[in-house]
Design a protein around this ligand. Structure first.
Ligand code: COA
Length: 229
C-alpha cells in the first residue's frame, strides 16, 4: 500500500492522498481536485472501493451492517479506511466509527466528520470540533440528473438563477445532500431539497429554520460537495 502525502489546499485545509500516483486505490485527478474543497482545519481523503474493503469494518461497526448486502458493507468499509487514515493524520488514535441508529456515524470525542460513497469511490472528511461544529460530504457520479428530478432538487429561485448546465448536473443534488449530512447530527432535522437554497456565489447554503452552511464542490472527475457548519 502507498504512503500518505499531504497537499495544502488554497484555504489552508489539507487533503490526504492515500497513496502515490498510479496506485490502484486512489484517483490522482480526484485527489488533486479535492484539494480545492477543504478550508483550514479540515482533512479530506478518498479511496477506490475494492474487493475486501468490507473486512475493514471493525466488530463494533459490523453489527450495524450485518443485514446489508456485501456491496454496501464494502462501501462502508472503504469509507472507514479513509476516515481512520484521516484520524491518524490528525494525530488521533484509530477508532471504531459505528453507524448510529438514526444514520450518522459516531465520531470520537472532539472530532467531527462525514463519509460518503458511490459505486466506485469512498470519501471522508474530518476536523477537530470547536470552530467547526459539523461537516457533511457527498459524492455523486459526474452524470446528468434525470430530467424529472430537476424541479424536485432545485427551488424556483435556483431554477431562475442557474443555467441548464448546472440544473441538469448533479451539483445541486450533491451539495444539498452534504448540507443535510452536516445539519442532521446537530439538530436532527429531516430536510427536503426545497428546504435548502444554494447561493454558489456566496459559497452558502441557506436552510429553513434559519440554519446555514458554507459549501464548496468539485464537478470532475466526480461531483463531490463539502458542507461546513
Ligand atoms: C443520509 C443520506 C443523505 C445519505 O445519502 P446516500 O446517497 O444514501 O449515501 P452516501 O453514500 O452519500 O452517504 C452515506 C453515509 O452518510 C452518513 N449518514 C447516514 N445518515 C446520515 C444522517 N442522517 N446524517 C449525517 N450523515 C449520515 C453515513 O456515514 C453513511 O455511510 P455509512 O452507512 O457507511 O455509515 C440519505 O440516506 C438520507 O437519509 N436522505 C434523506 C434526507 C434527504 O436526502 N433529503 C434531501 C436532501 S436535503
Amino acid at each position: 500500500m502507498g504512503f500518505a502525502e499531504f497537499a495544502i489546499g488554497p484555504a489552508g485545509g489539507r487533503t490526504l492522498n492515500r497513496s502515490r500516483a498510479g496506485d490502484a486505490d486512489t484517483d490522482t485527478d480526484l485527489a488533486a481536485a479535492l484539494v480545492r474543497l477543504v478550508p483550514a482545519g479540515v482533512l479530506i481523503g478518498h479511496r477506490r472501493i475494492a474487493m475486501g474493503d468490507e473486512h475493514a469494518l471493525l466488530q463494533a461497526e459490523a453489527v450495524s451492517f450485518a443485514r446489508c448486502a456485501p456491496k454496501v458493507r464494502r462501501r462502508s468499509g472503504g469509507a472507514r479506511i479513509v476516515a481512520r487514515e484521516l484520524l491518524r493524520a490528525l494525530g488521533e488514535p484509530s477508532a471504531a466509527l459505528p453507524r448510529s441508529a438514526s444514520g450518522p456515524p459516531v465520531w470520537p470525542s472532539g472530532i467531527v466528520g462525514s463519509m460518503a460513497h458511490d459505486d466506485e469511490v469512498a470519501v471522508a472528511a474530518v476536523a477537530r470540533s470547536g470552530r467547526i461544529r459539523s461537516l457533511g460530504v457527498d459524492i455523486e457520479p459526474a452524470d446528468t440528473l434525470p430530467r424529472e428530478l430537476v424541479a424536485i432538487v432545485a427551488t424556483a429561485t435556483e431554477r431562475a438563477r442557474y443555467s441548464a448546465a448546472v440544473l441538469e448536473s448533479r451539483i445541486l443534488f450533491c451539495v444539498k445532500e452534504a448540507v443535510f449530512k452536516a445539519l442532521y447530527p446537530l439538530c436532527g432535522l429531516f430536510l427536503d431539497f426545497h428546504d435548502i437554497e444554494i447561493e454558489f456565489d456566496a459559497g452558502l447554503a441557506r436552510v429553513r429554520h434559519g440554519h446555514s452552511a458554507r459549501i464548496a464542490f468539485i464537478e470532475a472527475p466526480s461531483v463531490v460537495a463539502l458542507a461546513v457548519i
